[in-house]
Design a binder for this molecule. Sequence first.
Ligand code: NAD
Length: 396
Amino acid sequence: MKIVKQNNRLVTPDKVTIPFIEGDGIGKEITPVCRAAVDVAVGKAYGGSRSICWREVLAGEKAFCATGSWLPDETVEAFRAYVVGLKGPLTTPVGEGIRSLNVALRQALDLYVCLRPVRWISGLPSPVKAPYKVNMVIFRENTEDIYAGIEWQQGTPEANKFLKFLTEEMGVTGIRFPETSAFGVKPVSVEGTERLVRAAIEYALANRLPSVTLVHKGNIMKYTEGGFKRWGYELAQREYAKELAEGKFFIQDVIADAFLQNTLLTPEKYSVVATLNLNGDYISDQLAAMVGGVGIAPGANICYESGHAIFEATHGTAPDIAGKNMANPSSLFLSSAMLLKYIGWTEAANLMVAAMDKLLAGGKATYDIARFMPNGETLGTVEFGEHLVNLIAGES
Ligand code: NAD
């Protein structure tokens, strides 16, 4: 029943258990839609020879109400044991010990790649003139950078101690307002960079994509972001010299601000993108906005060495529309299709993606998208899900 990693590849049993977190807010509405669609796609693709046994695990508000913990140990252990899982959006606890449940899960399983494919689907409203030129896969580093959470609040003894260390021991003179500064530390390592860039190159090769672009701000942050660029190039030359020489892919780099501009002007120049944590945050959301917004952008957090992966809705819990049958399940739906592809059930994944393409091309969508479509027809979450299931089953 469990997926295992053998000889560097995932082995998926025909009857596989997949743990899932339903999610808070609209999670209760979108997660059932996605699970039902996956079941129909798997049934249609494999005629009953393969199936998923869904196992619910708790996190977020639902976990807190049931157990008093926002992220029970059993949940982390289930994702560890079953290797691959699905996650709806979670409320971020305010004033609790955990900064973010998503970050806690990523850290517990060392999910160092945040994977975000960005592709325009015909029919989707877009603020840019040629959204069909956008077809990228972002590899955002997930464990380092300014996100490591090493920072000290202004005016605290810790901030003062750090200031003293910087000025007295490290000879730092460039802090403009030392007495009123807060401080943060930005760790970027050789290992962290190399495993991220290696994963991006492997993805490009496996999917026959033409290029890997390193996006960084190394012109200003020379040792951290500049290191990312240098170590990325060195890794490519050292481990992929043959593939580079044979023209199987090429590697380039772009400074982050220019990259954001270029994605608007010449998005067709980019394919696989490897970048640091904070850059990746901005880039993922800009690109998502160019092809239909956060309601539709899928994503996953992955550790390629162990195989651990959590496929997720990239948006939040949308409390403003929760319980109103208005939520767009597309992000989690497409992430579920990514999950199926990741475990090797590509035929079922393709059925799901084809159904989504067809439904949107026909102008049917949830309110967040339909209102911007010329002649768009608004469907509720449940009805949108029913149309998807019918298309997957080949009944419409
Ligand atoms: P949000 O993504 O929940 O909502 C932002 C806007 O987008 C809202 O107007 C919402 O209605 C809309 N929206 C989001 N998803 C949608 C969907 N699927 N269909 C239609 N409309 C959608 O962001 P927020 O309001 O800043 O955060 C709400 C809660 O979610 C907070 O507790 C936040 O911490 C949490 N959050 C969780 C995640 C996650 O679990 N990955 C990500 C972001 C925010």
